[in-house]
Every structure is written in C-alpha cells, then in structure tokens.
Design a protein around this ligand. Structure first.
Ligand SMILES: [Zn+2]
Length: 218
C-alpha cells in the first residue's frame, strides 16, 4: 500500500452578524457610587472569546458605542482535515483505490463580545443574555463540525483505472475530493440556515434580552 500525505482543508467563515468591525480603543472611565457588584462572568462553552472595547462612562454612553447592528458576533470556522491512502486495486496494476484516512475535526467558533469598563446592572444583564444568544450559534457551529466529521469518515473508497497507476490514483482522489466538497457545501448551507432561523426566532437575541436597555428592571 502506498501512502500519500494529502492534507485537505477548507476553512469557512460563517459570520452571523455582518462584517462590522467597530473596534474602538479608549480609556473608559468607570462609573462609581453604585453598590452593585459587577460580575459580568458569563463564559462561552466550547468556543473562544474575543472582546472589543466599548467607550463611555454611563450605561447610555456604552449603549451608543456598541458594535452595530448587533452587539455580538459568532464566527464559525468549519474545518475538517483528512488525508488519503492509496492501493493498487485488485491485481490490476493500472487501477487505484483511494480512501479517506486520518479525519480530524478542527472546527472552532469565536465569539466577539463587548468589553466595557463601567459598572451597571442593566449592562451586566444584557451581557449575560448576549452570551446566551451567541452560545446558540457556537453550539450550531460545533454540531456542524461533528456532522461534517462523521460524513467525511463515511465517504467510501473510490477505484479508478487509467494509463498508469499514478494517473489512476489522481482520478480516484479527485472523486473523493468532489464528494467532500459536496458534503461540505451541504453541511455549511445547513449551518447557515440554522443560524438564520435562530436569529429570526430570537430577533438576533432581542427575545433573549440580548439588547441593552439601560432602564431595565433589576
Ligand atoms: Zn445571532
């Protein structure tokens, strides 16, 4: 059996909340006098987090400086790597059977969230609800990664015959890649649909309280 090390990866960035990168850096002064104890501890599970800086000394100012049109964003990097193994098919020297091997799921989600130095119970409430909303996108991303991994593992081997063995292997491998691309498109389109449906159902997190209302009840 001949083994070729053919790593193949297609990264895809699925951006749920547009391409805005309203990143601002400024010293935000901290509002004082509140006996409210700022926690803002709302970890994202199975995803990494990046923060953008939000200026403002009051909740209202912070609200005006949040990323537009949505305060948070989840990017899904849907990625499954694999290599191939090749063998002469049957006893025929000019036929080659290509198979998928070493399938690795390298899918990951990154959540962009606001970082505000100020302290306000309504902002904290909003922040936690925003994390809840983005966690939904992270979960869809990770599910899609697992689906892609399982489907790629089940791609059957392909046998092709040609002028010589190497050419036969190239043809067989091309069939594997074509099938991978079809599966990848299906899984990423399905993920896209789920993200859109989720944002429709929640109005981009509004129904989950993921919009900042500085006059919130707390
Ligand atoms: Zn969303």
């Amino acid at each position: 059996m001949k083994l070729r090390n053919m790593l193949y990866a297609v990264p895809l960035m699925v951006s749920c909340h547009g391409d805005d990168e309203t990143s601002t850096t400024a010293d935000a002064s901290v509002s004082t006098g509140a006996d409210f104890d700022c926690e803002r501890d709302a970890p994202v599970k199975d995803g990494s987090v990046a923060h953008y800086q939000v200026e403002g000394s009051t909740c209202e100012e912070a609200a005006n400086n949040l990323m537009e049109p949505y305060a948070g964003e989840t990017e899904c990097n849907l990625k499954v790597d694999y290599s191939g193994s090749f063998a002469a098919a049957d006893t025929h020297e000019k036929c080659c059977r290509a198979s998928i091997s070493d399938v690795t799921n390298n899918t990951y989600a990154t959540v962009l969230l606001p970082h505000w130095e100020g302290c306000d119970p309504c902002f904290d409430k909003f922040y936690k609800n925003l994390v809840t909303h983005e966690q939904g996108h992270v979960d869809y991303c990770n599910e899609a990664g697992k689906t892609l991994e399982n489907r790629v593992k089940n791609i059957p081997s392909k046998t092709k015959c040609a002028m010589d063995y190497a050419a036969a292997c190239d043809l067989a491998w091309q069939e594997i890649e074509d099938e991978f691309n079809t599966i990848f498109d299906e899984v990423s389109n399905d993920l896209d649909q789920k993200d859109k449906q989720y944002d429709n159902d929640t109005n981009h997190g509004e129904t989950q309280g993921a919009t900042l209302n500085c006059n919130c009840e707390h």
